[in-house]
Design a protein around this ligand. Structure first.
Ligand code: FAD
Length: 489
């Protein structure tokens, strides 16, 4: 039933109900954000998740302001978020522990205004914790989440979509495919099931409680620096084709080791490995590793997931031809961890999609809304995906001598990983979708001119693939991506 006025539930203002059903497949970051945002905009939402519960796996991710612009609309989630703000110094270090650069994230620097000034941005968020907060908020709003429910097939007609699951059928006016990179549902999205490829790299990553580190050990001395200097994100570069990131917060610590895939990595997408086994790979990359770093990795109290980094080439069309199915998050666009954007773009997708559906307003117009959302997002996401290759190349191949020092507060030019750019973090996806909807619709429907402004100012968009990036790197070619348009602050 269409309501005429909004309601407030759990402190969240919900737009008048539209009587339009949105079925979301997948309760990851993208799916849960889409669920919250679509519900808030007045849609009837149901979430289907094949797992029995949210996975406890994962360590930390970074979510900059652009993906948190609607956090203020959810008082419960806003409060949880602010209970764990890890305001971080970002460091670039050599394997021996020499600090080459020490920086605040761009959006935290003095005088900088970003896309959501009402949020105290946490540089680090523990993935399982953040996911549990999102789920708690979804459930507090009464949005049904059906766990142990696997989408298996889909039927789309001109006016509805039916998802066939192992527990029965679900019907929607729009279906959001938020089923991650391993998506196996035969979505009728052209190119949507393009082959998943092995990138040739793997990343071993794990988080564990800081108090498991032995008192008096070199690792304890390393982790203690958090008491004097606050949370840290230490990036160690200079080993042979590897990089190691250590995350330090008061209660949890973590590390992520990016390396070429080896015999173990080839066994499955995620192999459990002994920390000692990873140490051997780390040590092979350089003779110079700080003993405290090796001790830190050695003291990991559990086996470590060595994720094989899989890649699916960017597809330009995320919607079905009929337009009632739309892919979001990793299901639409794969990200390497070195892009630091998997969770960010999944959330931006959820925010943008809900606003586009809201702008379209009525059931008949839903297919236009998904196409507009897709057009507004594709180039931005594609450029950010490409940064994963450029960043990794630089992180894996830059070396610094022990006297190297970047000027105060600046990143060395060889490592663009730390150069993010205002266009990324000062973007408000809801506001952008609201402002651009009509013009973009006229572009798609009537062929009028439209240019996205959520990409680096002056950027000339160029298509690329896994092969083209690998060819460039093999030939030692410079990417030039971050010189294409304005990537400054
Ligand atoms: C277990 C795990 C740990 C991770 N750890 C980190 C980390 O530490 N740091 C980091 O930066 N990124 C991590 N990521 C990646 C990051 O969370 C994602 O890149 C990002 O959040 C995008 O989210 P998404 O919702 O698109 O996809 P995902 O987070 O992959 O979520 C997809 C969801 O869809 C469900 N699903 C899949 N197929 C079906 C189906 N047929 N029917 C119903 N449900 C289905 C999956 O079970 C999953 O819950 C992790 C992802 C996972 C799954």
């Amino acid at each position: 039933m269409n309501g005429t006025s909004g309601t407030v539930v759990d402190g969240v203002y919900r737009y008048p109900e539209k009587g339009i059903k949105v079925v979301i497949v997948g309760a990851g970051n993208g799916g849960l954000t889409a669920a919250l945002e679509c519900w808030r905009k007045g849609f009837d939402v149901v979430v289907l998740e094949r797992a029995a519960e949210l996975s406890p796996l994962g360590d930390f991710f970074t979510i900059p302001p652009s993906a948190l612009t609607t956090l203020k609309d959810y008082p419960r989630l806003y409060k949880k978020y602010h209970s764990k703000v890890h305001d971080c110094v970002v460091r670039l270090m050599t394997p021996s522990g020499h600090v080459v650069a020490s920086l605040m994230p761009e959006w935290k620097r003095e005088g900088i205004v970003h896309a959501c000034p009402e949020v105290d941005i946490s540089f680090l968020n523990r993935r399982p914790e953040y996911a549990s907060w999102q789920l708690e908020q979804v459930q507090a709003l009464g949005i049904p989440v059906h766990f142990s429910t696997q989408a298996e097939n889909v039927t789309e007609t001109d006016d509805k979509v039916i998802i066939h699951t192992d527990k029965g059928d679900y019907e929607g006016d729009v279906v959001v495919a938020a089923d991650g990179i391993g998506s196996r549902v035969p979505w009728p999205v052209p190119g949507g099931l393009s082959a998943v490829k092995d990138s040739g790299y793997a990343v071993a990553r794990v988080a564990f409680p800081r108090d498991t580190i032995k008192k008096g050990s070199p690792a304890e001395a390393l982790s203690k620096s958090v008491d004097e200097e606050g949370p840290q994100f230490r990036t160690y570069v200079g080993g042979d084709d590897v990089s190691l990131i250590i995350f330090l917060t008061k209660d949890y610590v973590a590390w992520a080791f990016s390396h070429e895939a080896d015999a173990y990595s080839a066994e499955s997408w995620h192999n459990l490995r002994d920390p000692e086994d990873i140490i051997k790979v780390i040590e092979k990359s350089s003779n110079d590793w700080d003993p405290a770093v090796l001790d830190f990795v050695r003291q990991t109290p559990v086996k470590v997931v060595d994720w094989r980094l899989m890649w699916r080439d960017s597809i330009e069309q995320w919607t079905s031809d009929k337009g009632r199915i739309i892919k979001v998050g990793d299901s639409a666009h794969a990200f390497f961890p070195t892009a630091g954007n998997g969770a960010v773009q999944a959330q931006e997708d959820g925010i943008s999609l809900a606003e586009c559906l809201h702008q379209a307003g009525i059931k008949e117009n839903m297919p236009w809304a998904t196409r507009v959302h897709n057009t507004l997002r594709f180039q931005r996401v594609s450029i950010l995906q490409q940064t994963g290759f450029v960043n990794r190349d630089e992180l894996h191949h830059s070396t610094f001598d022990e006297s190297a020092h970047a000027p105060d507060g600046e990143a060395p030019p060889e490592v663009g990983f730390f150069k993010i750019g205002r266009w990324v973090w000062d973007h408000n996806p809801e506001d952008y979708a609201r402002r651009s909807y009509q013009k973009c619709l006229e572009h798609i429907r009537d062929g009028k001119k439209f240019y996205n402004t959520n990409i680096p100012p002056g950027h000339v968009f160029k298509s690329w693939t896994l092969e083209s990036e690998y060819k460039r790197m093999a030939e030692g070619g410079h990417s030039g991506l971050k010189e294409n348009g304005y990537w400054g602050m």
